[in-house]
Ligand binder design. Sequence first.
Ligand code: SF4
Length: 416
Amino acid sequence: MPALEVAEKLTILADAAKYDASCSSSGVKKRDSRDGKGIGSTLGGGGICHAYAPDGRCISLLKVLLTNSCIFDCHYCINRKSSNVRRARFTAKEVVDLTLDFYRRNYIEGLFLSSGIIRTPDYTMEQIVEVARSLREDHDFRGYIHLKTIPDADPELVAAAGRHADRVSINVELPTASGLQRLAPEKSQSRIEGAMGTMRSAIEDGADARKRFRSAPSFAPAGQSTQMIVGADAATDRDIVSRAASLYEKFDLKRVYYSAFSPIPDASTVLPLRRPPLMREHRLYQSDWLIRFYQYSPQEVSAAADAATGMLPLDIDPKLAWALQFRDRFPIDVNRAPREMLLRIPGLGIKAVDAIVAARRWRTLRMEDVARMTVSVKKLRPFIVTADWRPTALLDRADLRPLVTPRATQLELFAA
Ligand code: SF4
């Protein structure tokens, strides 16, 4: 095979990286080179792959694979051994040079690096770590680095990744052990979880050491994350919500990312022919937010799913679905209810709830006051009581759901 130019490799390997959703940079430590030392910054700027933090901050990353060759044959993956795609491979130095070059041109603020497995997991991990080491130690690069780590690699190598990266991630891939066994038979849930457990301990030890000794080196200060493919196996939304909740708890993850399975060229016959609706991925992210920021338990979110199919509704968000299922918890008096109850009101985001809590210290709120804090009065009207409004029989109406369901073309968000 003729040697490829770096630009050609970049075209192939940046395209191959697009299936990985887990590159948000939330929680990253602020670091820059404004004192004239080093190069790079984790703050501000524009660039190539945009990842959004929960606070809305955007960070641009060079998102690329070291290679799209792989000795594994995961059915859902375009880079699997049996896939008929054009292959390419960067050297560690090429990725380092590209990162620095793109940074200097202000294209990026950091690097998201993953890889297919070449030769062995250890060899691949060595190459990934070498990129991060060289950026940090040879070039004093202070930008953001997110490394995808390989669960089967030597723990020493995974630890080395954590010493150089801001964030590390290990993909659990499928929501269930049976799905993983069927679609990625060379991977094992116990090995993946073992590596995530080791990583959690190392991150906690690192944070602890930093509290006691300011000079202690940082270890993956932006924590670890993971990704699950949605719709490639038979797992229901209820399975996925419950699996994500247990991963957050067991491994103190910063994020679980969901990636709607998309049929790949030359797909394996064990895969579904059609991708799941993208809205399904969106609803799972919303359910994730309910648990992380709205104080819902995983069981409560699961209760919003259809009892027979275990799937969250696609036409309404899970918070509204929960409210419709548990109408006896409503209406909620916005002038009296505690903050955690206000967070349950469909159409009210965290900012709106905090604004209500602040405003009601000074005056009794009327419907028009609440209306100013939301884009969706129609959605919350049946669920609240204000000084001048009480929904009376509205909550008991058999046709309440269509009354509060947004038009099909409208993509509604939590933050009202
Ligand atoms: S190990 Fe990773 S790159 Fe290789 S086939 Fe599986 S998912 Fe794809």
